[in-house]
Design a protein around this ligand. Sequence first.
Ligand SMILES: C[S@@+](CC[C@H](N)C(=O)[O-])C[C@H]1O[C@@H](n2cnc3c(N)ncnc32)[C@H](O)[C@@H]1O
Length: 217
Amino acid sequence: MDEKRTPPPVDYAERAPRAPEGAFDLPGLFASPGEIEIDVGFGRGASLFARAAVAPEARVLGIEIKTKWATKVHERARRLGLDEIRVLAGDARDILARAEPEGCVRRIFVHFPDPWWKKRHLKRRVVGDEFLDAAARLLVDGGEMFIQTDVPDRAEIYRDALLAHPDFVLAGPDGWLEENPYAAPSNREDRAAHDGLPVRRLLGLRRSRDEGPASGG
Ligand SMILES: C[S@@+](CC[C@H](N)C(=O)[O-])C[C@H]1O[C@@H](n2cnc3c(N)ncnc32)[C@H](O)[C@@H]1O
């Protein structure tokens, strides 16, 4: 009899690449040294692969909470032999807070972090104090925090959060950038460009540790 069988569902939660328990050595995730960059919530992963292509010196860690995308992008990177890409599944706030050592990351990209853009979902947002505290600990002095979104009021909220944080300053006169300077567009960025949606882009810099805490303003 010609029985058609549906393959069993893939257990992505089981297969997804996970961070080690507790504190872990972030540079040790990579086979060779380089400038560490982190792509937070990479979704389908276009920005990770594009960044690895244009910045061969970069060691790019992608962190994605959806186990399906984390697994697919991880397996694709392994298939392509891209040792400069590492993927971890989980909440970026938790993973960054456990990564060591302090000051080992050059850049953090947060491309379109707004799956829940309604006002009542504001509390779920990734870019808040907990995230910025963990990011500031990991970034080198002068390290870059790049955030872009097509949700205009969220862009203002992220800018206010960077401004209010004692370890960040805005780049340039006001933090806003016209273009993505990293030549590695994300999937949502490509779609926004295709649909003609305006995108707001923001660059914050990790304040030098020698300066001491911000005096406010
Ligand atoms: C709107 S999508 C953008 C995806 C991709 N960055 C892009 O620009 O195409 C937001 C992504 O962030 C992920 N995300 C949301 N909260 C997260 C968290 N706490 N840690 C890691 N990823 C998260 C979501 O699963 C989703 O893939």
